[in-house]
Each structure stands twice: as C-alpha cells, then as structure tokens.
Design a protein around this ligand. Structure first.
Ligand code: FES
Length: 547
C-alpha cells in the first residue's frame, strides 16, 4: 500500500522518506526555492488540500505557517495508505487578461511619456541619472491582489508589452483575507509576508525574457493592505477603526503630500536595477486602495460625463460610482469564495478549473474546463454558473438549500469533485457583502442601479463571468446587456498607463483627491442589505431602497 500523492494535479504513489518537494521534482512540478531544500528560504510552500494528517508534523522551520500550509522540503508522508492532495503556490499558468477589453477607445491613444528616459547611454528617472546602459529600458506594472498577482513587462521606449505573468499570492499562508494578513504581520516579526512575496516576484521577474537589471521602474497597485505590506509599512492601523493606512495618517498630520509611496528596487528585494524606482499608487481611503484608483484611470473617469459604475469582484471587492463631477468609492470585504477560496473543491482560474457548468434535462452535468485539462476543482465563474443552474433547475432554493435535504452534490465523480451546502453558505456571505456594497454606494449616491449608463465588471473573474448566471443569482444588478461591459483587468491597465505616462500618473494622483469614500459599515441599513444579498435571487435594476 502507498499513499496516493497528487501535486498540481499529477499523482504518484508516495511512501515515508522523500519530502513532498522530492516527489514534486519526480513529477516534473517546479517548486519555488532559493535554498535548495534547506528549510531556509521558506519559498517551497504547498497548500495541503486533503490528507494533512497523513504528513509528518510541522518542523520548527514551519512555525510561521497558518492553516494547511507546509514547506514541501520539510514534510513527508507518514501514512501507508490514503490520499494527499496539495499544490504549489505557482501552479500552471493562471488565466490572465493581457489587455483590458471594452475600455474607452481613447485610452489606447495615450502619448508615451514615461518617467524613465534615455540620453544616449544615460538612463534617467525624472531627469536624474541612475545608470549608464546602451541597451533597452524596461518597466513593470503590477497588480498585487490579495489572492492573485499580475505583472506586465513593458519596453519603456516603445510602450510595447513584452511579457506578462501571473501567480497566486503566496502570502495566503498568513490568511486568505486582508484582515488576517494584517493580524499576521502585526504578530509576526521579520516582515515574512513581504519577504515571501518578494521571493516569488524575484522568480517571476527572472523568467521574463530581458535582463532584470534593465528594469528601471515598477508601478504597483493593489488594495491598501497589499500595497503597504509590500512597502514594509506598518499595517496595524488599516485593521482598526477608522481603517486608515499609515500614509493617510501621515498625510493628515502634514508629514507627506501624497499617500503614494516610492522605494528602490534594492530595498524592495527585487532583482531589478537596484536604483530602479518602485512606485506604489495612491490610496483613495481606508481599504479603497490604488487598485481602485488605477481602475478609474483606466476608464478615464476624470473626463467621463456619463454615470458609470465599476465593480471589481475579488477577495476585496472595489466599487466605484460616478462621473467627472462626483465619484463615490467603497471596498467590500467579501472574502475569497468567488476566487475559489474557502470552497471545498474551489480553485483559482487555472488550467484544470471547471469554469462552465450546465445541467441537462436529465440532471446530468455539462462541464467546461480551462485548458481542456482533467478537472481539479471549480473556479469562481464555474461556481456562479453552478449556483445559477441549480436555481434554474430547482436543485437549490433562494436560501441556498439543496433539494431533498441533501448536503452534497457530486460534480465529477471520476475526479472526486463535489459541492457542499456549506460551500453555498460561503458564497452566500460573499455575495451578501458584494450586494450590500452595491446597495450602499448607490443609495448614498441617490440613484437606482438602472440610472448608470455603463456598468463595468472589472478583474479577471468579472471578465469570464456569465452575465446571465450572475444576474440570476443576484451577484450583479439586473441591468440590460447593453449597459454591462466586462472590462477585464482594469487595475493592471491603470498601472500600465501610470508606468508609461507621467501626465497620466499625475492625473491619478489628482483623481484620488476627488473621490468620496463611502464607508459601508456606517450606513444604517447595511446589515439589511447584507442579509437580503445573501439570498440567491435577482437584484432588481430599479433599486427599491432609494428614497
Ligand atoms: S526549499 Fe527553501 S525552505 Fe524549502
């Protein structure tokens, strides 16, 4: 007998002795490492999805890990039968939006005007020489999300996109949402979250097809917590009422003129040019971070006459509503359920993720899998379709209860993929937070959902969502197709614009000053909105709560 060990979807018999890292190597699965299995770099993380009790106990090298995370070089199978399923934090190639789709066309006519320029072999940032190099000059735009990270590499002299990369945020060992990361960072010394993400970014940057030392600037957006962790700021205050970044506090005390941050490549522990500038975009307020600001830049909100909404659904959902005259923004702590987190067979939108689900008349399921690979789990868009189909066929009621008192639905018996009623509860709560955010923001603005001219669905998840399914379960308002634009990753687009254009970066800095922060928790009906939003039913376009 042997334990059946599955790493990143590949299975092998495993016996006591070799580490999970060793087995990964045998399977041809690449594991991030800088210490070659010495237990020092802490990069060889694996999330154990099943069979944690079949592994050796945690070692002192793993004291910093929470939940089902292990260092794969420090653990091995101890049982002689059963199943262990795990995955690295850089599995496969996550689906990525290389270009935002549906953005206003004038975004593409932007003048190339980067802060990094060349005067023969002199490389300058804002006119100050930082290097001498006759070769090309490059820059990186990064969207540092709670769950996923997206990087784009640009040639700063032509504006050409050279490469992109995406990876799961390895900081998940410190918790899946921003509050647990804040708690982790506050209670563990050594800036472990930052150092871990820097290690992963180093591997990703080194895989780009250019000399990393020719990367002279990096623009970072993300929610306030992710940005501040990356820049080694104290994040304690973001987790405490009134939820303000240390940069906001310093700005209110007159110690700084902007909430944006700058540092060097060296201090950010990245393999780019040591004197490269790393710029973290400005925060709007509290948890509404530079990612939301970047979305606004990408859709040209400062010149927008129409009333538009942007919803970027994620672990932290960002909501923006308005036009050039008035802008409201809010952040909803929805949790990771719609990104496949906290769901028994959930996973990110990687190869092997079930992204389409249909229920046939005879009750059988039709599944669409990313990359036409063997199914490994269900990603967010698949979960939305599954919920929608269960509602449509009567397999689940509006309260999220399965018919006939069942607590489990088998999705793919051959690959042991299932869906639990407790998963529905997780999704209901995430949906409730998103819906409550929408109601609160529109209510504060004083308009119905149907009063918007454009409803942008941003982010990788929003891009691949079935609009019909999202409307049926009430994840988005019941607006006509003509008003809904699946815009893709507008945050990375905004970061790229800020990288390639000094004037647009200045616009970004000005834009955040115009935004009113809508604090959801202070609205007297927030809890009612949340409870209503936990039900799976359409959200009427005429907002009944206005007035
Ligand atoms: S390989 Fe470095 S800690 Fe495991």
């Amino acid at each position: 007998m042997a334990v059946m060990l599955t790493i990143n979807g590949q299975t092998t018999p495993a016996a006591p002795g070799p580490s999970l890292f060793d087995y990964a190597e045998r399977l041809g699965v690449k594991v991030p490492t800088s210490c070659q299995k010495q237990g020092k770099c802490k990069e060889c993380l694996m999330e154990i999805v099943r069979g944690m009790d079949r592994l050796s106990p945690p070692t002192p090298h793993e004291e910093h890990l929470k939940g089902n995370f292990r260092l794969s070089c420090r653990c091995h199978v101890v049982a002689d039968a059963g199943e262990v399923r795990c995955h690295t934090m850089r599995r496969g190639r996550m689906r990525i939006e290389s270009g935002a789709i549906g953005l206003p066309p004038d975004d593409r006519k932007m003048d190339l005007d980067p802060a990094v320029t060349r005067d023969r072999d002199r490389i300058l940032i804002d006119g100050e020489e930082i290097d001498r190099c006759p070769g090309p000059i490059h820059g990186i735009a990064m969207d540092l999300g709670t769950t996923t990270i997206v990087l784009r590499l640009y040639d700063l002299e032509t504006g050409r996109l050279i490469a992109d990369a995406s990876l799961e945020n390895p900081q998940r060992f410190g918790g899946s949402d921003v509050m647990s990361r804040i708690f982790y960072d506050t209670h563990h010394g050594g800036k472990l979250l930052m150092r871990t993400v820097a290690g992963y970014l180093t591997h990703a940057i080194k895989e780009f097809p250019v000399d990393p030392k020719t990367i002279y600037e990096m623009v970072v957006v993300g929610n306030s917590t992710m940005r501040d962790l990356f820049f080694r700021q104290d994040v304690y205050s973001i987790g405490q009422n009134p939820y303000r970044s240390i940069t906001e506090i310093e700005m209110s005390e007159g110690k700084r003129t902007t909430t944006s941050l700058t540092d060097t490549g060296r201090r950010c522990l990245l393999p780019i040019h040591p004197r490269a500038r790393v710029y973290g975009g400005p925060i709007i307020s509290g948890h509404v971070g530079p990612d939301a600001a970047a979305c606004m830049l990408a859709i040209h909100l400062s010149q927008e006459d129409r009333t538009v909404a942007i919803m970027d659904i994620g672990t932290n959902t960002e909501l923006i509503l308005g036009n050039k005259d008035r802008i409201l923004a809010a952040s909803c702590p929805a949790g990771p359920a719609f990104e496949g987190g906290a769901i028994s067979c959930g996973m990110p939108g990687l190869d092997g993720a079930i992204e389409e689900v249909g229920i046939n008349a005879d009750g059988s399921l039709r599944l669409g899998v990313i990359g036409d690979a063997a199914p490994e789990g269900i990603c967010g868009s698949g979960l939305v379709e599954l919920l929608s189909e269960l509602l449509r066929t009567g397999g689940m009621n509006e309260m999220g209860r399965f018919e006939d008192g069942a607590s489990r639905i088998t999705i793919d018996p051959a690959h042991n993929i299932f869906f639990l009623e407790s998963d529905v509860n997780e999704l209901a709560q995430a949906k409730g937070a998103n819906v409550a955010g929408l109601h609160t923001v529109f209510n504060n603005y004083g308009i119905d959902f149907d009063d918007v001219d454009v409803f942008y669905l941003a982010g990788g998840f929003g891009r691949h969502l079935s609009i019909e399914a999202a409307r049926r379960i009430g994840l988005i308002p019941n607006l006509s197709d003509a008003k809904i634009v699946q815009v893709g990753n507008a945050a990375i687009e905004g970061a790229a614009i800020a990288l390639l254009s000094k004037s647009r970066r200045a616009e970004l800095e000005e834009l955040v000053k115009k935004v009113e922060h809508c604090r959801l928790e202070t609205h007297p009906r927030f809890f009612d909105f949340f409870v209503d939003g936990c039900q799976f039913k359409p959200m009427e376009a005429t907002n009944p709560i206005v007035g």
